[in-house]
Structures are given as C-alpha cells and as structure tokens.
Design a protein around this ligand. Sequence first.
Ligand code: TXA
Ligand code: MG
Length: 309
Amino acid sequence: ALRAGGLVAFPTETVYGLGASARHAAALPRIFEAMGRPADHPLILHLDNPRFVSRWVAGLPPQFEPLAKAFWPGPMTLVMNRSEEASDVLTGGQDTVAIRIPSHPMAQQLLTAFGGGIAAPSANKYGRVSPTRPEHVREELGDAVKLILDGGECTIGVESTILSLAGEKPRLLRPGSIGQSQIEAVIGPVEVGADAGAPRVPGSTAQHYSPATAVATVPSTLLESRIDTLLRDARRVAVLAQRPPRKAQQGVTWINAGRRLDAYQRDLYANLRSLDKAGADLILVEDVPTTPEWTAVRDRLARAAVNPR
Ligand code: TXA
Ligand code: MG
C-alpha cells in the first residue's frame, strides 16, 4: 500500500500515526486530505535506524549523536536543517525536517519491510485528540484510511517530545514523556517553547488535542462545588479525576484515572474520548500535579481546555 502511494495507519509507542511514503509525491497530500489538516503543516519523518538520518539533513548537529544514543529508538523527535531529500510537502515548505525513530516493534517492522521513510502525523482529525488504540483511528478517519495495523494500546499515550537542533541553541518545541531535565542531562541547557521566528508546530496552536465537549480544569478542592453548581443548572457533567468521587451523584460520569503518571498518561486520550461520549455539557478535569514529570500531561490538558465551543 505504501509503495502504491496509499495511507497506512500504524502504532507507535506514543500514539497511532497515519503514514505515507515520504518520497512519494502523490501520497503525502492524501494525509492532509484524510485529516483535514492545513497543507502547510509539516509532518514527522519516521525511520527505522538513526544511520539513515544523514540523508535527510544538511549536516548532523553536534548534539545529534548523544541524543540519538540516549533516546532512540523512542519518543523523541529531532528537528534539523533539511537536505534536498526532504520535500516541501513533508516539511511544510520550511528549511527544516522533523525526524523520529519509533521503538514500537510493529512500527519498526513496517519501516524495515518498507525500506524507506514514512511521513506520519498522529492519525486524528486536525485539532482533535490523538488515537492511542486502533479503534480510535477508525473512529477518527473512517474510510479515509483503508489499512490500520493493530498494535493494541500505545504504552506512552502522548505525542513525542519535539526538540529543535536547527537554531543556535537546542529548543524544546513540544513537551513529551522525555522531559527537559533528561535532555539537559545529555546535552546541557535547552530553551523552551516556540521562539519569535518559530516554525509552525500545530500542536502549539493554543487549541489542539480537543474533545468535542468543552473541557475545564479545576483544582481538586473545588471539584465537588463546581459539580454541584453545574447540576443545579441541570447540566450534565463528566469528570476526569485522580481520586474517586466524595459522594455519589446523578448526572455525573466520573473516571478515576489514579495518581500514577505512566497510567494516567497512557489512558489520557482514551479517557477524554469516553468522557466525550458521555453526553455531558462539560468535562471537568481535576488539576494534575505541577511537578516537572507531569509537564506533558499538563500541556495536553491545557490545550484541550482552550475550547470556545
Ligand atoms: O509521537 C509523535 O510524534 C506522533 C507519532 C505518530 O510519531 N506524531 C505526531 O505528529 O504527534 P503530529 O500530529 O504532532 O504532527 C507532527 C508534529 C507537528 O506538531 C509539527 O508541527 C511538528 O511535528 N513538526 C514537523 N516538522 C517540523 C519542523 N520542521 N519544525 C517544527 N516542527 C515540526
Ligand atoms: Mg497530531
């Protein structure tokens, strides 16, 4: 399917991707069509081995080797200056290319069998919650994707950490399960967030990763009183919390996602999807810890909550 220019959804350790051959000129636009994604948004190039990276970039930056050694294969995407090999469709017309070596065995097998680079964003409609299970991909994209490789549930559950090595200093563009301190332990200080002349990172537009139901984050101590107020107005409420409810109430759908980061993060998008289907007027999310390990989760929740609908 890939060689013929078709789309294949496949599992990675972070989320499911919607893949097309990175060198097939007619294939890449099909990704944008299927997703309703603006055509100038760059895709991530997936390879099975770091030794192929040099073809796609204009010189390997000094931080490349130590980072690749520490974090690949794994949930880390590196943005570097591109070579001729990387097309405008792949890079959204920018002079940089984003590359990742996924560790998921099925992604690895697919890449090796195909024998080339696979361009893939997360396999969701533009602006929506990323899929972490094969059935989510079907839900999101329907018949637009013929082939979905079923690798079960993604173990990490949030998209890869994106680090740019294209500028003067390394810059963290998107938080992920590999945290800032882990990166700094390998290459020293990094800047954080998009800079003024920033490349486009769709995940960094304020509203992104959103369910259709409005989302609001609430401090734990205010959770019950917010629910009471909403119920008084005859509104139905869905709750994503880290503890059980203090009292049983009608009109409330409650998910206790627990306090363990890895499980909370792994189940985050699946939980938001379930709550989205609960027929509630609002999804209330109990604030998660403010510690650095929770940065990626906090980031995705904050984006889900920027929701004018
Ligand atoms: O975990 C992941 O990264 C997943 C799996 C499938 O690999 N992919 C993913 O792709 O999350 P997604 O939907 O976020 O889209 C690609 C991201 C966008 O945020 C895009 O802006 C960024 O990568 N990106 C791609 N090329 C870039 C570049 N040249 N400069 C800056 N950001 C870039
Ligand atoms: Mg995405």
